[in-house]
Write a protein that binds this ligand. Structure first.
Ligand code: KIV
Length: 273
C-alpha cells in the first residue's frame, strides 16, 4: 500500500465536530488499529478514528485493557496515522500513563509526536480535571471518557452500566461540566442510561460521543470488531453486527455510517434504561 498523505482540505478537526453538533448532524466514530482499516474507514466517511486501548483485548487477546503500554499505543497509532487522510485521529492514553498531570503531558506529547494523534482520550471524571486543564492549556486536544471506564474494571468488578442511581448520575453530570470548564474538547460516555446521556449532552456545549449511551449523543462509536461481528465470545448489548446482510466489509462500514447519520443506530435494543 502506498503511504497516504493527509488531505489538504476537508480534514476533520475539533471545529468540524463542533459544527456538526451545532447543526444537529450526527457524526461517526470507529476504532481502528492498523493502516488498511484506517484507509477503508476514512474513505467511507467515518469522521473520527479512535485507536482505542481496546486493542489489548481485540488485537492482543488480553482479558482487559489494563496491560496495554504506551509503546503499543504509539505503534498502532502510527500505523493508523499512515492510513488515514481526512478523519480526526483520537488515541487512548493507556492505563496509568496519566496518573499525574506531569506524566500525562509527557505521554500525550509522545502520542502526538510519535503516534500522529490529533487528540488524546483519557478515562475519569473530577479526578482528571486538573490534567485536562494542563493538557488543553498547552494545545493538546482532549476527549474525556465518562461512564463505564474499562481501565477501572477490577475496581468496578466487571463491565457494568454506570450512573443508574441518582447520586452517581448527578456526579457524572457535574463531572461532565467540570471537564468542559477545564477545556475538554469532546466527551465520550460509555454504558449509561439513555436519559442520563441525554442530560449530559444537553448540559454541555461540546460534542458528546456515545457507546451504549443511546441516540441523543452527537456522535456514536463502536469497537470495529464488534461492528463487524468478529469479536470472539459475548458481544455487548449496545453493539450491532453490521456485516449481517452485507457482502463486504466496506458495505458493512457504509451501513454503520448511514445508520448513525440517519439516527437508526442505536435502536432501543442497543440502549440501557
Ligand atoms: O478503547 C476503546 O476502544 C474505547 C471505546 C470502547 C470507546 O475506549
Amino acid at each position: 500500500m502506498s503511504a497516504n498523505k493527509p488531505a489538504a482540505g476537508g480534514a476533520v478537526t475539533v471545529n468540524t465536530l463542533r459544527k456538526l453538533r451545532h447543526a444537529g448532524e450526527k457524526f461517526v466514530c470507529l476504532t481502528a488499529y492498523d493502516a488498511s482499516f484506517a484507509a477503508l474507514l476514512d474513505a467511507t466517511g467515518v469522521e473520527v478514528l479512535l485507536v482505542g486501548d481496546s486493542l489489548g483485548m481485540v488485537v492482543q487477546g488480553r482479558e482487559t485493557t489494563v496491560p496495554v503500554t504506551m509503546d503499543e499505543m504509539i505503534y498502532h497509532s502510527a500505523a493508523v496515522a499512515r492510513g488515514r487522510r481526512r478523519a480526526l485521529l483520537m488515541v487512548d492514553m493507556p492505563f496509568m500513563s496519566y496518573a499525574t498531570p506531569q506524566q500525562a503531558l509527557g505521554n500525550a506529547a509522545r502520542l502526538m509526536q510519535e503516534g500522529g494523534a490529533h487528540m488524546v482520550k483519557l478515562e475519569g471524571g473530577a479526578i482528571q480535571v486538573e490534567t485536562v486543564r494542563q493538557l488543553t492549556a498547552r494545545g493538546i486536544p482532549v476527549c474525556a471518557h465518562l461512564g463505564l471506564q474499562p481501565q477501572s474494571v477490577h475496581r468496578l468488578g466487571g463491565y457494568r452500566v454506570q450512573g443508574r442511581d441518582e447520586q452517581a448520575a448527578q456526579q457524572m453530570l457535574q463531572d461532565a461540566q467540570a471537564l468542559q470548564a477545564a477545556g475538554a474538547d469532546v466527551l465520550l460516555v460509555e454504558s449509561v442510561p439513555v436519559v442520563l446521556a441525554e442530560q449530559i449532552t444537553r448540559a454541555v456545549d461540546i460534542p458528546v460521543i456515545g457507546i451504549g449511551a443511546g441516540p441523543a449523543c452527537d456522535g456514536q462509536v463502536l469497537v470495529l470488531y464488534d461492528m463487524l461481528g468478529i469479536t470472539p465470545g459475548h458481544r455487548p448489548k449496545f453493539a450491532r453486527d453490521f456485516m449481517q446482510g452485507q457482502t463486504s466489509v466496506r458495505a458493512a462500514v457504509e451501513a454503520y455510517v448511514q445508520a448513525v447519520k440517519s439516527g437508526a443506530f442505536p435502536a432501543p435494543e442497543h440502549c440501557f434504561e
